[in-house]
Design a protein around this ligand. Structure first.
Ligand code: C2E
Ligand code: CA
Ligand code: CA
Length: 554
């Protein structure tokens, strides 16, 4: 040690790759090294004898500095992220370590720091800093959260409004599953680049996790309006990403929340942007949504229903019951069957429409449990039914996604057997739009239903653009004309679609049922068109089985 000259020590400090500042008690700056000048823009003579407060950005409050000095006194050290201001006025985050040093009974303070943005480019020790995502080089969640605080504080001081964007990739999981994680990683890097290119240059962009990105954008009257920025991001991902000699199609769903309009509180803003992003996903992905109270209520209600549904299916199945709507042979107006429709009465939420809870059940993987509940209920309802004089049909609704579920057949078999025993024939209704997008394996499963003598009806027929070839290959027995076309008959005096469906069905040897017959006039028109079957409020609303029993016995 003794061999190393004072000069050598001075050189070591002077050319150290980190910015170093030495302050005397006071504190007053006594010395800064070259890297300090490089980062802050201030030369030594400009800062000597000044207080370090001249470097502050004004973004931290008094309590922050109090805590910092308290830590230095208590623990002999403070380390953390702090936003300071360069000579040119620019605010920047630095990773700062401060510790006291006593030499000859005199206390000095050493401050050593790293410009966080510069550190990212150098890529050494980045992960130690725990503020950057090593894959994309973007800020990570921790730095992003700190940045929100800073933006909010900036708003408090200077009234600069800003937007928080949540950006989630659509279909990234598919890329990963199909091409492996190495390719997935490269795609994420390309995504980060593309986002940087389409966001304003001063935006703070971060990768929060997996395929989730976020950004902070200042909003001033002369910047590009937020909807345009969001749309630009969505548009930028209409083009495929080229990685590993392949094109990858990932799109983005965006949600934005505004400070101060929506909130001035960081967790609320994050939550609101997240909700808005969820609404964008719900709206079909590859689009953006700016937070709105109304959307939020909608998502909250969906969440509430989801939880209540899961709970009811597991522990309170008595909340569910089934209503049956009669189906008639139109020429003779005799009853031919019933359609079973699920009903749910929740003690607090009240009666919840099946269109609402079925959609949620489908999205959240609960649809099989709903069908299980339906089947149990029907078996209970029918177990003591007297056999009708002529065989009748019982139709149940099945979601298309259940066709590929191997549990379906195990669910339907006991129902089928139970119904057959009391003189009923099971029919399964699947909506047309869903059927048309089915693959070959689903088709095989439909044939398996047919092999078990379970009938198949296409629900809401006319709304889903069936191809004739497809229709010919489906093991279908009945087409149910969507009630929209029945209503249209008297509203526009337009019977063309109904007639077309009837003649199509005739040539394919299929039966037809008209749904939603509400008036006598509709019934008469359908009779004139020789539509064989129908159901609707004109005959009967769906009701519980005991109030129908007499009619069932002919
Ligand atoms: P859907 O299969 O098209 O059922 C017919 C809907 O039309 C029923 O609504 C019924 O109450 C209603 N309706 C019957 N006659 C008339 C009429 O004359 N006029 C009008 N305006 N409406 C009429 P509901 O019960 O609200 O069911 C809605 C949808 O929920 C059903 O449409 C079906 O797709 C679905 N759904 C009901 N139960 C189940 C189930 O257990 N499983 C599945 N996957 N879906 C179900
Ligand atoms: Ca139906
Ligand atoms: Ca229908």
């Amino acid at each position: 040690m003794r061999d190393v000259s004072n000069l050598a020590f001075k050189e070591l400090v002077e050319h150290h790759p980190k910015a170093i500042m030495l302050a005397q008690h006071g504190p007053r700056i006594a010395y800064v090294n070259k890297q300090f000048t490089h980062v802050t823009g201030y030369e030594l003579h400009e800062v000597v004898n000044q207080t370090p407060a001249m470097l502050s950005s004004g973004l931290h409050n008094a309590a922050f500095y109090q805590r910092m000095w308290q830590d230095i006194a208590d623990k002999q050290r403070w380390e953390g992220l702090i936003w300071n201001r360069r000579k040119n006025g620019e605010q920047y985050p630095q990773w700062l370590t401060i510790y006291p040093l006593t030499v000859d009974h005199q206390t000095w303070y050493v401050g050593i720091f790293l410009d966080v943005h510069e550190a990212r480019q150098q890529s050494d020790g980045l992960t130690n800093l725990a503020y950057f995502d090593p894959l994309t080089g973007l800020a990570n969640r921790a730095l992003f959260l700190e940045s929100i605080h800073v933006y909010i504080h900036q708003y408090d001081l200077f009234q600069h409004p800003f937007a928080l964007l949540f950006i989630d990739l659509d279909f990234f999981k598919e890329v990963n599953d199909l091409h492996g994680h190495a390719v997935g990683d490269q795609v994420l890097q390309a995504v980060a680049q593309r986002l940087q290119n389409c966001l304003p240059s001063d935006a703070t962009l971060a990768r929060l996790s997996g395929d989730e990105f976020a950004a902070l954008i200042h909003l001033t009257p002369d910047t590009i309006p937020l909807p345009n920025v969001c749309q630009a991001v969505v548009d930028a991902f209409q083009q495929p990403i080229h990685v590993a000699h392949q094109q990858h199609y990932v799109t983005t769903s965006l949600g934005a929340a505004l400070c101060p309009q929506h909130s001035q509180q960081h967790t609320r803003l994050l939550q609101q942007a997240d909700r808005a992003m969820y609404s964008a996903k719900q709206a079909g992905k590859s689009c953006y949504r700016i937070y709105s109270e109304q959307d939020a209520e909608q998502t909250q209600r969906q969440q509430r229903i989801h939880e209540a549904l899961r709970h009811a299916l597991e522990t309170a199945p008595e909340q569910f019951y089934v209503e049956y709507q009669p189906q008639y042979h139109l020429p003779s107006q005799t009853l031919t069957g019933l359609e079973a429709l699920m009903r749910w009465h929740h003690p607090e939420l009240g009666q919840i429409a099946p269109t609402e809870f079925i959609a949620i059940a489908e999205q959240r993987g609960l649809i099989h449990a709903v069908s299980e509940c339906l089947v149990t209920r029907i078996i209970q309802d029918f177990h003591d039914q007297a056999k009708p004089k002529t065989p009748k049909q019982l139709a149940i609704n099945i979601s298309a996604q259940q066709i590929n579920d191997t549990r379906l057949m195990f669910l339907l078999r006991p129902l089928h057997t139970c119904l057959q025993r009391c003189g009923w024939q099971l029919e399964v209704e699947i909506t047309e739009s869903m059927l048309m997008s089915m693959g070959k394996s689903s088709l095989q499963r439909l044939h398996a239903l047919r092999d078990e003598q379970i009938r198949l009806a296409i629900d809401d027929f006319g709304t889903g653009y069936s191809s004739l070839v497809y229709l010919q290959n489906l093991p279908v027995d009945t087409l149910k004309i969507d009630r929209h076309f029945i209503q249209q008959m008297d509203a526009n005096d337009d019977q063309r679609i109904v007639s077309a469906i009837l003649s199509l069905a005739k040539s394919l040897h299929l039966s037809v049922l008209a749904e939603g017959i509400e008036t006598h006039a509709q019934l008469q028109t359908l009779q004139a068109l020789q539509c064989p079957l129908g159901q609707g409020y004109w005959f009967s609303k769906p009701t519980q089985l005991d109030s129908l029993s007499a009619a069932l016995l002919d």
